[in-house]
Design a protein around this ligand. Structure first.
Ligand SMILES: [Zn+2]
Ligand SMILES: [Zn+2]
Length: 268
């Protein structure tokens, strides 16, 4: 059974289409289960206009939950729909965020690192900041935060774990050691990661995580699930044939499924 747990909505300010269209696309493509996983409101940025281009407002958040629940009922006979949320891991800000999150009964929570201090590392507006940077240090800092996110155990899954490569900036040095340390942290935290196909459409042109990293995760018993990071209805389940052949090549036979933050597995 195929599952796409990474679907955004237009509420985030940078996605298109009605939520129902995403569901219909999933049904059309024969997916067994999907999950809406929209961005949690950005509360730490004072520039409100920017914050609303990154995520919904805090006032809209209950509406998002309500909409997902409505669709769950409407499409019950056709597809299983889960309630998720993509949350930025922001050291020092997590207590307030989790106090809000814990008021709802999410099926799963994704933890993402999109910020290194005020640098939005995967945002096109900030791409130029990669130039003249020590990429070894950038990768070191990024993966340190990813490990912290895993160790925090606040989430069920880490999203697009090597999204730092999105614009194609990679250090010349060997990343094996960073990958090993990160996979070990994920194993200790019993944390799942997603295999995210959206990287194929970014300058880097690769699935997240890259094959070498995914192999190390497999060796450390880190389970995986699948995500398209859809920002348009037609993105749902995009290139899942490629994701499945990659995980099978590495050795995975099952993917993770979530219900009320409990993990189970299904064959792929
Ligand atoms: Zn993301
Ligand atoms: Zn996303």
């Amino acid at each position: 059974m195929l599952i796409d747990y990474h679907i955004h909505t237009k509420m985030c300010g940078h996605a298109e289409g009605e939520m129902e269209e995403y569901v219909r696309e999933a049904v059309r493509k024969g997916l067994g289960e999907i999950g809406f996983n929209d961005h949690f409101p950005i509360l730490h940025i004072e520039d409100t206009e920017l914050a609303l281009r990154l995520a919904m407002s805090i006032d809209e958040f209950p509406m998002y939950v309500k909409q997902v629940k409505k669709l769950q009922k409407e499409f019950k006979k056709h597809i299983s729909i889960k309630l998720g949320c993509e949350i930025d891991y922001l050291p020092g800000n997590m207590v307030g965020i989790m106090n809000i999150i814990n008021k709802y009964d999410f099926d799963y929570l994704y933890g993402s690192v999109h910020f290194l201090d005020d640098w939005m590392i995967d945002h096109p507006d900030h791409e130029s900041r990669f130039k003249n940077k020590d990429l070894d240090k950038v990768y070191k800092d990024y993966f340190k935060l990813v490990r912290e996110a895993a160790e925090s155990k606040l989430f069920d899954c880490i999203s697009h774990i090597d999204v730092i490569k999105k614009f194609g900036y990679k250090p010349d040095s060997d990343l094996t050691d960073i990958y090993e340390q990160t996979a070990k942290a994920l194993e200790r935290a019993d944390m799942c990661i997603e295999v995210n196909t959206s990287g194929l459409y970014k300058p880097v042109g690769e699935i997240y995580p890259e094959e070498k990293f995914l192999k190390i995760c497999y060796e450390h018993n880190v389970p995986v699930t699948l995500g398209s990071d859809s920002h348009k209805p037609e993105h749902v389940g995009r290139d899942f044939d490629k994701a499945v052949s990659l995980i099978k090549k590495i050795g995975y036979r099952k993917i993770v499924r979530f219900n009320k933050r409990q993990r189970s597995y299904v064959n792929v």
